[in-house]
Design a protein around this ligand. Structure first.
Ligand SMILES: NC(=O)c1ccc[n+]([C@@H]2O[C@H](COP(=O)([O-])OP(=O)(O)OC[C@H]3O[C@@H](n4cnc5c(N)ncnc54)[C@H](OP(=O)(O)O)[C@@H]3O)[C@@H](O)[C@H]2O)c1
Length: 253
């Protein structure tokens, strides 16, 4: 029997994941798959939706959702503390949520730059610190930060997003050194384009261009990206830390 899908209650000692942005896209698939694998999951987004409401009804003991904005760092830290208190531990943090805003650098308003760096870099830093403290108390854990190929290749109109994502990759390497001795692995996943609301506005011309430049000839699927996150989080990756795994069908190779 699958404990998460076939019974209303989760085992009180089952592992606990914190996933940012678990209402849609990659975060939603991660939440679904972690629950199906018997994890307890705490996640947030700005708004609830049918998915978060369905999960709360189906998994009252294993699923926790709250409305939190990535740029409210005090609320983020409180969310992590509440998750640790409610479930008793934190074993995994996936810094999944991200905000893409495309605009030429010279016209980007200073407040917009602050918000983008706040959501894409400072928010993961705050969550990582709050969750790592709980992991240390529990004897270890793992963190997966979701970056983007914008961190490793230049594209017009995404300078601020790219800068924040590149920061996330630097964070992962240094954090791996500092937290490894405490039993915490830290890795970065660097996806190329995959289908989600974030890429829903990509024009068919741009989509064709991406596909032409990708050796595997297509965009990724959200399930493929989730597979890679769950691999880095799993015991199969127990000797992998400080690593950046690019998953992009070869577009940056
Ligand atoms: N899609 C791609 O092609 C692609 C490529 C490379 C990297 N990535 C990265 O992969 C990760 C997942 O992307 P995705 O495509 O799955 O994203 P998505 O479909 O846009 O979903 C984003 C999730 O984050 C939440 N979120 C957005 N802004 C938020 C905010 N200010 N505060 C709190 N929650 C917020 C959203 O819920 P609410 O809107 O309700 O808040 C939603 O649950 C991101 O880090 C992204 O940068 C994506």
């Amino acid at each position: 029997m699958n404990p998460a899908t076939d019974s209303p209650g989760a085992a009180p000692d089952s592992p606990v994941a914190v996933v940012s942005g678990g209402s849609r896209g990659l975060g939603r698939v991660l939440v679904e798959r972690l629950l199906a694998d018997g994890w307890r999951v705490a996640t947030f987004s700005r708004k609830p939706n049918e998915f978060t409401e369905a999960m709360a009804g189906k998994h009252p003991d294993a699923f926790h959702w709250a409305a939190v904005d990535l740029t409210d760092f005090t609320a983020l830290r409180q969310f992590a503390r509440d998750g640790a208190q409610r479930f008793g531990r934190i074993d995994l943090l996936v810094n999944n949520a991200g905000v893409l805003h495309q605009e030429l650098f010279l016209t980007t308003a200073p407040a917009r730059m602050n918000d983008l760096v706040g959501a894409n870099l400072l928010a993961p830093l705050h969550l990582a610190q709050a969750c790592a403290r709980a992991m240390v108390r529990g004897g270890g854990g793992t963190i997966v930060n979701v970056s983007s190929i914008n961190a490793i290749r230049g594209y017009r109109g995404v300078a601020v997003y790219a800068a924040a994502k590149a920061g996330l990759e630097g964070l992962g390497r240094s954090l791996a050194r500092e937290l490894g001795p405490l039993g915490i692995r830290v890795n970065t996943l660097t996806p190329g384009f995959f289908d989600s609301d974030m890429t829903a506005d990509v024009t068919s011309g741009n989509r064709e261009k991406i596909q032409r430049r990708t050796p595997l000839g297509r965009l990724g699927t959200v399930e493929e990206i989730a597979d890679a996150v769950l691999f880095l989080a799993s015991s199969e990756a127990r000797f992998i830390t400080g690593h950046t795994l690019v998953i992009d069908g070869g577009i940056t190779c």
